[in-house]
Design a binder for this molecule. Sequence first.
Ligand SMILES: [Zn+2]
Length: 136
Amino acid sequence: MIREINRNTEILQQKAALATTGDISVADDLMETLKAHADACVGMAANMIGIPKAIIVFDNEGEYMEMFNPEITQKSGSFETTEGCLSLDGQRKTKRYRYIKVRWQDREMKSHQKRFSGWTAQIIQHEIDHLSGIVI
Ligand SMILES: [Zn+2]
């Protein structure tokens, strides 16, 4: 189900709780909502639809990916940039890393690890910030 975009910063600033197999419908709704906003948005965290669970979805170079409980375990190559967000107005300055290594679980709670770089790495960092209650 396509959900309404949450723009309430009080909810956006809540730290997300660990996601479980009970949250698969949240992941489905989040993915549907992202696809409905594909013209303006490349990634979403569950609190952007008002649900503070640690789930993100994003466009990985044309292929949609979903992560439960993602964590950045390595990062290098910092740079300053500006980003926009569907839940916020305007563009904001932020610091990102060009290379990251991420550990996450899929919807069956199986663990994965992978390195990402460039644009995809930047999207993942933005969405993981949302899970920590950080609004850029
Ligand atoms: Zn955002």
